[in-house]
Design a protein around this ligand. Sequence first.
Ligand code: MG
Length: 224
Amino acid sequence: MEKRAILFDMDGVLFDSMPGHARCWEEVCQDVGLDLTASEAYFHEGRTAKGTIDLLARRCWGREATTEEVERIYAAKCKLFNSLPPAPKMPGAEAVLYEAKRAGLIITLVTGSGQQSLLERLNQAYPNCFVRERMVTSDDVQHGKPNPEPYLMGLQKSGVTAEEALVVENAPLGVQAAVAAGIFTIAVNTGPLPEKALFDAGASLVFPSMQALAEAFAEIVSKK
Ligand code: MG
C-alpha cells in the first residue's frame, strides 16, 4: 500500500518543547497539592490538560477536579510556559518535513495541545508545510491521546485511510493512540524515557532523534 499522508505530533517532534512543558506541569501541580514530577510528566505527554489534571486529582485528592480547577491549573501552566523563551525547533524536523514533501505526502498535524498561536508558530518555523484544515488540536476532540480519536480525525482531515498513512510520535500515549487508529507508527525518542516504552506502546520503528529519522526517511517511504 502506497503511503499518501504523514501525521505529525508537535511537542517533542517538531519543537523541543517537552523539557519546558514538564517543568511547568511540575511547578503548577506542586503549588496546588498535586504530586507530579517533571519526569512523570513525560509519561502523561499526549493527554489533554483535563485528562492529566483529572488523573492527578483522583490520585492526590481522591476525587475528580472541577471544571473551574482544571481551567485555573491549565491557565497557570500556560502562563508559566508562555513566560519561558520559545521552544527551539527540533533538530532534524525540517529535514523530515522536506523529505515528506519531496515524497509528495500530505502533511497533517495531530497535537494534544490547545495553544492558540499554533499555526502562526508552525508557519514561522516550517513555512508552507501546515494548513489549518489539516490540524487536529485539543479543541477538536472529545477524547485525547491515548484514545485513537485525534488520529482518526487526522486521517479524515487528510482524506486517506489508516493503511495510507504514517505517524511520527515521541510519546508512549501518542504512539498508543496512533496504533489504535491502525496507523504505521514511527517513534522518535527525543525525551528521557527508555526506548522500550515506545516499543511497548506499539511503535513499529523507534529512532533516537529526528535527525536519525531524516536519514532513514527516504528508504522508509519507498518500502512502504
Ligand atoms: Mg509529543
